[in-house]
Design a protein around this ligand. Sequence first.
Ligand code: ADP
Ligand code: MG
Length: 474
Amino acid sequence: MVIGLEVHAQLSTKSKLFCSDPTGFGAAPNTQVSPISLAHPGTLPKMNKKAIELAVKLGLALNCEIERYNYFARKNYFYPDLPKGYQVSQHTAPVCKGGFLTIKTETGTNDVILNRIHLEEDAGKSIHDADPDFTCIDLNRAGVPLLEIVTEPCIHSAEEAFTFLTELRRMLRWTEVCDGNMEEGSMRCDANISVRRSGETVLGKRVEVKNLNSIRNVKKAIEIESDRLIAIVEKGEIVLQETRSFDADKNITFSLRSKEEADDYRYFPEPDLPPFVITDDYLSNIRESMPALPEALVQRYRTEYGLSEYDASVICSDKEDADFFNALIAHTKQYKAAANWMLGPLKFYCRENNISITQFPLPVSSIAELVELVESGQVSFNNASTRIMQLMIAEPGKNGREAAGMLNLLQERDGDAVEQWVQEVIASMPDKVKEYRSGKKGLIGLFSGEVKKRSKGKADMQIVQKILVEKLNQ
Ligand code: ADP
Ligand code: MG
């Protein structure tokens, strides 16, 4: 199986590629249009600087070569949702060339090689089901900036395609180039699929599958389509080069149009936009403004902060989490404990309340205080992560120590007080003490549980353990 993916990513710019119309999702049809996106005669495009910056940013993150001298071309075709009659695109001369993205799958680590990344404008949207007699056109999307990211035909399983897209989406979000939201169409993917007999080096005829609105569906469509192609080849029949659509409900692909001949788009350089040149300064400014990329951050968390590979990877699975963790460890040097807090009680709280980590109600400084209170043995982790944290959330402004004090949960670390509770417990269970002394060491848990109860949870359990062993072994 041979797969090449084409991904369209909508850039996170406020305005369109060649005019100041807004780009927000979900506006009423045809409200985000001006004479420029409607292609009225006499209107002229004007380049959105931010779009170039974002394209270069992604190119750098994906190890591409950045083209310094750039221009746009017109790709001419007629379609009702394309008011100009041509799309302005860098199809002929992409701003980013080559590059790769490393992925890890069950079968190992490998680089998915990119062919190019180029800038282009989106078309409008034809809506076929809103009216029984007419197709409606919404031009809000016309002129929205897109990056087209094209891989080489170097992917060989549905699983690899799935992992590549997941990783690419993380990178798009990490660099804040695109929100990666496939349901809203800000990330779209077409899959080109062919099959050949093992050992063959020439590529088979490819089929392009469109309308894949989730990463999971890309995987499903590849599985289904490759089965279909293999069956055709096994029967000795010929694969038609065509564009197909995926129907996720019926779990089938069906033909949209045949693609035997190359389309002739009559590309020519866009005369209304000057070429743009990327200078050394511009490039190094972007390079400096780039956040540390996930792989580098995982390494840093492991070597500098001693986190496990697993914890580091989970924290780096998205940028919000990594940013949050970075903010948290600016307030405490208990890195591992901070990671445990984040991946344990904080994540749990967020899931329960259906919020993201950025909306966690306590400031990172308060969380760091809780981490420190636990690590210094002043409160138990269980109390800190439940009752104390809850009280702090309920009564903002209260610090951890105050909250622990109000709940009477500051642990007794005073050896004399602990010793008193231990003595009482030992005195109250003479039979058990005898059993322990004759070898049933497992009873230690029972004794410490009793001490905990007697102290109403305030005894520092490490100290309890130490004194208990001392007394029992006397
Ligand atoms: P187009 O612009 O017509 O879609 P491209 O040459 O840009 O054509 O290729 C589009 C995608 O198809 C690329 O991701 C490429 O890797 C992939 N591709 C090309 N040939 C094959 C093939 N025989 N099998 C699978 N994928 C292919
Ligand atoms: Mg294509």
